[in-house]
Design a protein around this ligand. Sequence first.
Ligand code: ADP
Ligand code: MG
Length: 646
Amino acid sequence: MEGGGLPISRVRRELLYLVEKNATVVVVGHTGCGKTTQIPQYLHRSGWTAEGSKVLCTQPRELVVVSVAHRVAEEMGAVVGGEVGYRASSFEARTDEGGSTSSIEFSTDEALVSLMQRDPLLSPYTVVMVDEAHERSLATDVVLGLLKKVQRRRPDLRVIISSATIDAEALATFFGGAAIVSVEGTLHDVDILYAKVPASSYISEAVDTVVKIHKNERPGDVLVFFPGEEDVSQALELIEEQNDFERQRGGADDLVPLALHEGMPTSKQLQALRPAPRNHRKVVLSTSVAETSLTIDGIAYVVDCCFQRERYYDPITSLESVVTCPESKASAVQRAGRAGRVRPGKCFRLCTREAYESGLLPESSVPEMQRSELSHVVLQLKALGVDNIMSFDWIAPPSAEAMVRALELLHALGALDQESRLTSPLGAHMAELPVHPTVAKPLLVSGELGCVEELLIVAAVMTVKSSVWQLGRGRKEMERQKMKFAVAEGDHVTYLNVYKGFLEAKRSPGWCDRHCVNYNAMMKVLGVKSQLWSALEGLGIKHSSSDKETLPVRKALAHGLFANSAVLSSTSTDGKGRATYTTVRGKVVTKVHESSVLHRNQPKCVLYTRAIQTGPATHEMFEVLAVEQDWLTELAPHFYTSPGVG
Ligand code: ADP
Ligand code: MG
């Protein structure tokens, strides 16, 4: 049996005893000590999965769900989908639904919330382990609150909360004094080296550091932390160029760069976890996903850019900003720790020691719950019978403004009534669809408007996280290809053409490459579309198509997106010839982002899926749809009749 020598095995007995005696147990142990892969197996072997009952382990990230399910299945000599199952998202489940063969299930926190809408008391489950609780993702916080509620009705339900950092007290207190188990670590020393001067570009600085490590340091793989996926892609290109250059000079090309982030296909992600060929040095270029949730063996060097990228939602303006900010000290410590798992290692921080020590880095990050738009969460909680959202047992309560905004939007969408109760059937149906409420509403009205097929496609594209466009062959070429599909009605309608082309080309990866279309995203779109269709069919909606008619499609979308509206300003350009818009509700000046097919057109009134702050005083709209302004008051009269608005 594998896993016997892992640090977690030393607390196995104690852990099982505490789980037996306590409703909730918090497990703290460093990354790689065996929490995720071993605890579910311990529970399985000690009877918690007897007679068809199940153990569930949740994760904030989809990518991790799939990889740990494979790992655990392998250790148990089982197959994924059999004894070990997973629910990677609310859309993708490889478990034996309703049956009894999966004893151990891995799921995203998100998918657990969906599951609870069908089975609020989680009846087949004896233990739910909430893993990576220290990450404090939006869904993790929701799950923690919900599990506490379930435990009141099901005192037999065991909850294990696992965390890689030691802020266990707060979690334990939240659960009314849970037991705490600490796994003593055997981390080796990690030498921390700082930059002498602040880096002007963290990407090239990181690549240079990797090259230096490769030249000067003993064998051992390298793990580099970047704030975002785009940084990873750029760094990958730079290292590949470097390799080409070495090869041409007849040098050794024994540096193997591998990307690791959530936007890539599963098979590629798993590749980054496998050992490099003999006498090669693997360089994993990762986002924060490798910080605590995935263990990559063989890492001896860590390069940390010392930045993280976070989304902040401003409930006052209803706009978002994506900020690249200094990482928290908690993250910095975790990242450095990745170098010392197998032997003493080194961590190269790309900030100066003064910057690190001067308090520039915050101690810990703001939980996602306190910086997110909440209408989806509020709708889900309403559907789960949480009537008073304000008094829900939040581990970290969101701001009152964010709550009010969410309630206001849900009212305007018709999901909640005057008393803030879920409407029937509309609100209940919206909560059943695993998509954002602004996407659920258009899907639900598409039946009456005769454009179900079209809305399924658009909703699927809007829901799949990665873009349908792929940079691969350069920005210019991507722009050129995009314009072949573009229509004056905007991005959402353009997706219909991309989808049509993709099907006509028989889902060919080659066609996708030639047209700068992201093949993996399109394959996901197909999957999500068919799931959404089953859901709509289940609600009694009949299939229809508006064919070439796009008016119904735009109207249906406007039913969901009306709150995100902007009109062309009379003072028309920003000095560089780009039209400016003003949001109807917040009166914020904004522009159409260049990624939109409408960035050169100047439709009078537009709706957008997202508006993000892209500079100190710049907001830009992403995914833009051209509409008529009078639709706004027609579709959302209450929303647009308050004074000074509309
Ligand atoms: P934790 O959850 O405490 O961070 P894990 O249970 O994920 O730890 O990992 C325990 C050990 O199992 C790791 O130290 C690593 O050696 C091994 N391991 C986990 N996942 C994989 C994998 N996909 N491939 C190879 N080894 C793995
Ligand atoms: Mg883990």
